[in-house]
Design a protein around this ligand. Structure first.
Ligand code: EPZ
Length: 431
């Protein structure tokens, strides 16, 4: 397992291009299971999660060719229908092969994804949506099983909990509904940009979906979908991570290849903290002051503040002037980064779904452990403002969702190097 060594003190400055969006490309890859014909995806990021889902799809009989950032996928109507535990358990998003499998093949055997480092990750809303369409999914031996053996039917379904929408449950239900007989009215649909990208990809494949980008989607089922060529949009969360890095190091970072409309909540937050944020049609720029000011955030469904940028902004708060309050309303346990930030000298007190962050004059380097991929990226940012060296272990978490993060941070003037796991640890493991 690699580790990253970050040396503090540099300002991040310069331009970087956002890679293709991880959370858009994953469900769209799964959607290829629905099409009679080749689906060509462009601007596909080079991520572990993409490789993992490709492995799962190949086990489902999908023929996949990768050529640089182009992925070609072709899936027959017949084929294997089992997505195994050893792969699904490493990446929760693989649960979104469930809807396409049931819709196109009438059968599915998909391992339940299990939890992750920030708590229980239920799939009840996925089952509610798919079973409303007649999927007849049952849970047995840790697997989600369906042997419906016939075409699904349209339904009127409210997907997502009473506390808010579910991104992947929306994706799963939407992908199943496009091939169902009749019309489906999907209420409480998630409005995240990644769901809109999936909607547009399905429309390009011949699906009939009305209300794109809204909370209510009307889907007229069709008998089959055809192939299509789709370009994946820039990753708003990766972009936001670099922008936070620029703002908190007193730097000046511009990220190209994104839709600034996807980052309005971050723009408001960084502006409230004293950064100067400007943007154009496909770029956003953050110029940091000598020291940021404290502010408060609460994570919410889009267009509210994204939970996937919570750890990164908390890291910026940990060296800002004043006291900030972070409220996590999507995943109340998503605070794995707090313990690691404390090791760097941050002054943070967790109170249930809230964290109180008192801005420290400085952080000091230490060895820390990566956990969920966004928390891990936040530790890289923390290392940039900590005195001395910060060693981040279990870097594979970061590689799941960030393309060559060390090289890209170096391109912006940050001091980061990647090293293989120390020999001592290897010998201990052999013993
Ligand atoms: C997607 O996860 C993203 N993952 C997450 O990004 C992101 O944090 C999350 O949406 C919220 O925006 C991908 O797109 C691959 P949810 P998802 O269902 O769909 C509850 C990253 O770092 N819920 O929108 O799994 C759930 O517990 C990842 O890139 C149920 O109760 O999240 C949470 O409280 C991390 N039952 C809320 O809904 C369900 O069946 C929203 O979760 C499903 C969800």
């Amino acid at each position: 397992m690699d580790r990253l060594i970050v040396t503090g003190g540099a300002r991040l400055s310069g331009r970087v291009r956002a890679a293709g969006s991880k959370n858009a490309v994953l469900p769209i890859m799964a959607a290829a299971l629905l099409a009679d014909g080749e689906v060509v995806l462009r601007n596909v990021p080079d991520l572990r999660d993409v490789a993992t889902l490709a492995l799962i799809l190949e086990q489902l009989g999908v023929v996949i060719h990768r050529d640089g950032d182009v992925l070609r996928l072709r899936a027959d109507r017949e084929g294997p229908c089992e997505a195994p535990y050893d792969l699904v358990s490493t990446m929760r998003a693989s649960v979104c092969v469930l809807g396409p499998l049931v819709a196109r093949r009438g059968h599915a055997q998909v391992s339940m994804p299990g939890g992750c480092v920030f708590g229980v990750r239920p799939v009840d809303q996925h089952l509610k949506g798919l079973n409303a369409l007649g999927a007849g999914i049952r849970v047995e031996g840790g697997y989600l099983l369906s042997d419906v053996g016939r075409r699904l039917h349209g339904a009127h379904v409210f997907v997502g909990t009473r506390f808010g929408p579910s991104v992947l449950a929306t994706a799963n239900t939407l992908m199943a509904a496009v091939l169902a007989e009749g019309t489906t009215r999907l209420e409480n649909a998630a409005m995240e940009p990644e769901v809109l990208e999936l909607t547009d990809a399905l429309i390009a494949m011949g699906a009939r979906i009305h209300g794109r980008g809204g909370h209510t989607l009307e889907i007229e089922g069709v008998a089959c979908l055809h192939g299509a060529e789709i370009t994946i949009g820039g990753d708003r969360i990766e972009a936001g991570t670099f922008l936070v890095g620029g703002a908190m190091t007193g730097g000046d970072v511009t990220v190209d290849g994104i839709d600034p409309g996807h980052l309005t909540a971050l723009r408001e937050t960084l502006g409230a903290m004293g950064a100067k944020v400007t943007s154009g049609s496909d770029w956003m720029r953050a110029e940091g002051p000598a020291r940021l000011e404290a502010t408060d955030i609460a994570t919410l469904p889009f267009p509210g503040f994204p939970t996937d940028l919570q750890a990164q902004v908390m890291t910026a708060m940990s060296v800002a002037r004043g006291i900030s309050v972070v409220t996590e309303r999507i995943f109340p346990d998503r605070f794995m980064h707090v313990a690691e930030l404390l090791r760097l000298g941050a002054l943070i007190r967790k109170e249930g779904p809230q964290a109180i962050v008192e801005g420290a004059a400085r952080l000091s380097g230490a060895t820390v452990m990566a956990s969920d991929l966004r928390a891990s990226a936040a530790l890289v940012l923390a290392g940039l403002v900590a005195e001395g060296e910060t060693e981040i272990r279990r870097v594979y978490h970061i590689d799941r969702g960030y393309e060559r993060i060390d090289a890209r941070i170096r391109d912006l003037g940050g001091q980061v190097r990647r090293e293989a796991q120390p020999r001592l640890e290897q010998s201990r493991k052999q013993w």
